[in-house]
Ligand binder design. Structure first.
Ligand code: UTP
Length: 299
């Protein structure tokens, strides 16, 4: 079955960006002039997703407004002849079919995914986290879909990280690769697909089963819902998706895939700043002048 639906958990508190996130959703913080969540929804649309399910919570109304028709704004832009801005505003409202579901309390990523159960139904679906913005020739989710077509099981996108940083991620243990005798295909190639043997949430480097960290792109079978329902909360009261996936692994095969592309972790301040600078430098309307400005800073 084709992947038609994508879930975007966006009900977290965004504590790392306080006070900016006291009264506005983290997902709406702009990188240059586009909210983080729009980059990720555009990736899903470019991958062929038909329905986007956003999991929201208290104080997240700006996300709904952003993907809705803004009648008065459109009329004003029209009257003032601002056609370029008008086209962009209309394009966003027509991007894709969007549904919303509320997570009443931020009880963890696993709980957020479980909140989307009724809207997803009994079919495989994608999960994308707005914190990870990925630039690649082929959209990252589309890469995962190709791996799904081959293996027909849950697929987790992973990235090799420095072992000292395992405490910031879920980490997968994988089966040793079957040597094909050929040199490794490298990032994004055939040797980038691994069978998952174990998943551990935020392990100490000494206890991490590998250096393959789970990042914010998944294709999941609907079997995950049953597992999440019986997953116990962790010591902070949150139901972790990684723990639900560990239960799923006892019943179904799961593959990890080292995606091709560059990931920006915009969920922390430094990553957010790096992405903002790089995206601005690449902009036709800003890049040249911004580069000149950066050069004259006494760094
Ligand atoms: P994060 O832990 O990165 O987001 O969760 P956060 O909790 O909003 O941010 P910090 O850590 O306090 O700064 C990853 C994704 O899962 C969503 C978040 O919105 C984010 O997109 N999430 C997290 C939920 O939807 N519900 C939750 O209960 C927790």
């Amino acid at each position: 079955m084709r992947i038609r639906k994508a879930v975007f958990p966006a009900a977290g508190l965004g504590t790392r960006f306080l006070p900016a996130t006291k009264a506005q959703p983290k997902e709406m913080l702009p990188l240059v002039d586009k909210p983080a969540i729009q980059y990720v929804i555009e990736e899903a649309v470019a991958s062929g997703v038909e329905t986007v399910i956003i999991v929201t919570g208290r104080g997240k109304n700006a996300i709904e407004d952003h993907f809705d028709v803004a009648f008065e704004l459109e009329r004003t832009l029209e009257e003032r002849g601002k056609t370029e801005a008008l086209d962009e505003i209309r394009r966003i409202a027509n991007l894709v079919r969007v549904c919303y579901v509320r997570q009443k309390e931020p009880l963890g990523l696993g709980h957020a995914v479980l909140s989307a159960r009724d809207l997803v139904g009994d079919e495989p679906f994608a999960v994308l986290l707005g914190d990870d913005i990925i630039e690649s020739k082929v959209p990252c989710l589309k890469q995962l879909m190709s791996i799904y077509d081959e293996h027909r099981c849950s697929i987790i996108a992973v990235e090799r990280i420095d072992r000292t940083r395992t405490k910031d991620y879920g980490v997968v243990g994988v089966a040793p690769l079957q040597s094909s005798g050929k040199p490794p295909a490298g990032q994004g190639g055939r040797e980038s697909v691994h069978e998952v043997r174990d998943l551990v949430e935020k392990p100490e480097p000494s206890e991490a089963p590998s250096d393959l960290a789970i990042i914010g792109r998944y294709i999941l079978t609907s079997g995950i819902f049953e597992q999440l329902e019986s997953t116990a909360p962790d010591k902070w009261g949150e139901i972790q998706l990684t723990n639900g996936l560990r239960s799923l692994l006892r019943k179904e095969k799961i593959m990890a895939y080292e995606f091709e592309g560059k990931r920006y972790d915009t969920g922390n301040k430094l990553g957010f700043l790096k992405a903002t600078v790089e995206f601005a430098l690449r902009r036709e309307d800003l890049g040249e002048e911004f580069r000149r400005y950066l050069r004259c800073l006494a760094l």
